[in-house]
Design a protein around this ligand. Structure first.
Ligand SMILES: [Zn+2]
Length: 170
């Protein structure tokens, strides 16, 4: 067990400010990507991240941004450790980040249900209404399963006629 020391505290504060490369209005902390900052067994500063959607090309960019933030703060050697379990879920996105996404024009993900709660296959899903991030109308339609990135679907608001990205629950 290591107690909180100043290196860890400073690392948290610089890393909390690292923006997501794809959605710069939210930080990697707010998205739930940044999991832990600690000393490894050899004493080296260890930054623990969990990737979002597998294959999201942003992950190497995130590791670079972390390295840059650590170097600029003069925190010395570090390593980025990628932890895959438990798997990242959109449920880890903080409420503040959801609000920032909405203001940015991206509909935040609806709560994802855990595997145990998923309805039995072949039972039709109740069609989920995705509210428009601009006007709040639930009168929206899906245009494409993939929006600006694979993590998002492209929707259009029937009322204000604006297209928007929906951050798919995962
Ligand atoms: Zn609208």
């Amino acid at each position: 067990m290591h107690t909180m020391d100043t290196t860890i505290e400073r690392a948290w504060s610089v890393l909390e400010a690292v923006p997501d490369p794809e959605i710069p209005v939210v930080s990697i902390r707010e998205l739930g990507i940044l999991r832990d900052v600690r000393h490894g067994e050899d004493g080296v500063l260890e930054v623990v991240i969990t990737p979002t959607y597998s294959g999201c090309p942003a992950m190497s960019q995130i590791a670079q941004n972390i390295a840059q933030a650590i170097e600029q703060a003069g925190l010395g050697a570090h390593r980025v450790k990628t932890v895959l379990a438990p798997a990242w879920t959109t449920d880890w996105i903080t409420d503040e980040a959801r609000e920032k996404l909405r203001r940015y024009g991206i509909a935040p993900p609806a709560a994802a249900c855990s595997n145990a709660e998923k309805p039995i296959r072949f039972v039709p899903y109740k069609k989920e209404a995705i509210p428009c991030p601009r006007c709040g109308s639930t009168h929206t339609e899906k245009l494409a399963q993939f929006g600006s990135t694979a993590c998002k679907a492209l929707y259009r608001c029937v009322d204000c006629r604006e297209p928007f990205d929906y951050f798919k629950p995962y």
